[in-house]
Design a protein around this ligand. Structure first.
Ligand code: AGP
Length: 362
């Protein structure tokens, strides 16, 4: 992967387009004969592990939240996620039967590194999911799985997130397989779904062009709500973070079912709702949440394979048989939407104001 923009307008755009390729790298050599191969974990005795705790910041925290749904649903192992800067000072109760995972693109995030040190001191087994070999976090953790995203230059993380979620999905299947908490058929169909992701992440020029045209309608207003349910909730958080980092517009990610407990009071035509409506997960629940917002006049952009008559704008996704296929296609769409809005606003996409690529101070 070259360190130039290679004809793309920004590194972020190039990195969005690279995702199909780098996710292939993440998977390379890690699936064989319907089994997950993670030699990095050869020293880990899963018989002594009955729970997982994950600590991270920012986008890596959103990958952690996504993983939590996968660990509990597929590997049937308890999982809990904490923001590293919160974890550090809360005097957490730590248990040596819990595997402690940190996620970090850079491997240098100060809060994540300190959380890792605390876990190590308490005698927990520690695992880093990281993109940079030989970084401080990699050197500190007992074990590391590298995400192999290649150098990420855009401050707003894209391919790092995709490869983190893929790595965590692999890890979930590895845990399920080794703890025998997942049956062979499920493992087989999960592997088949994983292997389809590189293709799903190929950017279609038509979709990109549609998003580019549509973005001009989303340059004002008094805020954005990205809403989703289940694993699409962390994706909503990530979509909102992308948008605010590079567009400087106010955006929040929210669990769709929670809107009626307060935020729906903000709804009017100047409030933009970006609704993630996958077909394979809680579609009807999501539909009724979105109908409530439409009834309060919120401007709706629906991302779904299913046309939605109340939507002001609609981005049609492909039909997928697995929720993670929908997850990755929607991730791509929200990244492109943030990119195009930011470009129209004339912002520096790769170096947004007030932000640094890695936060090495507290
Ligand atoms: C992502 O777009 C951000 N720039 C930021 O939230 C980042 O994910 C966070 O600072 C954590 O960084 P790390 O993954 O390198 O630890």
């Amino acid at each position: 992967l070259s360190a130039q923009k290679d004809g793309y307008r920004y590194f972020m755009e190039k990195e969005i387009y690279e995702q199909s390729l780098v996710v292939g790298e993440t998977l390379m050599g890690r699936i064989k004969d319907n089994s997950i191969i993670l030699d990095e974990l050869s020293s880990l005795d899963l018989a002594h592990i009955d729970a997982i705790k994950i600590c991270a910041c920012g986008t890596s925290y959103h990958a952690a939240l996504s993983a939590c749904y996968m660990f509990e649903r597929l590997a049937k192992i308890r999982c809990n996620v904490e923001i590293a800067s919160e974890f550090r000072y809360k005097e957490p109760l730590l248990d040596t039967k819990t595997l402690f995972i940190v996620i970090s693109q850079s491997g240098e995030t100060a809060d994540t590194l300190e959380a890792l040190k605390m876990a190590k001191q308490s005698g927990m087994r520690t695992l880093a999911i990281c993109n940079v070999d030989n970084s401080s976090i990699v050197r500190t953790a007992d074990m590391t799985i590298l995400t192999r995203a290649g150098i990420e230059k855009g401050v707003a993380s894209t391919k790092a997130f995709a490869t983190q979620v893929i790595t965590l999905w692999l890890l979930t299947l590895y845990v399920g397989e080794h703890k025998k908490s997942m049956d062979a058929l499920t493992l087989q169909s999960e592997i088949a779904a994983l292997l389809r992701v590189p293709l799903i992440l190929k950017v279609s020029e038509t979709t990109h062009e549609k998003i580019r045209r549509l973005s001009k309608r989303y340059l004002h207003g008094h805020g954005f709500f990205f809403i989703g349910r289940d694993i699409f909730y962390p994706l909503a958080l990530e979509g909102a973070l992308k948008l605010k980092e590079i567009s400087y517009l106010h955006a929040e990610g929210y669990p769709a079912g929670e809107m009626k407990h307060g935020p729906i009071a903000l709804a009017d035509s100047e409030l933009f709702t970006i609704a993630l409506m996958p077909k394979n997960l809680l579609y009807d629940k999501m539909k009724s949440n979105v109908e409530e917002l439409s009834a309060r006049d919120s401007t709706l952009l629906v991302i779904s394979p299913e046309p939605f008559e109340l939507a002001d704008d609609f981005i049609k996704t492909k039909p997928h048989t697995h929720m993670m296929g929908e997850f990755f296609e929607m991730m791509l769409i929200t990244q492109l939407l943030a990119l195009e809005i930011s470009i129209r606003l004339g912002n520096d996409v790769d170096m947004p104001r007030n932000l640094a690529k890695s936060v090495t101070v507290e």
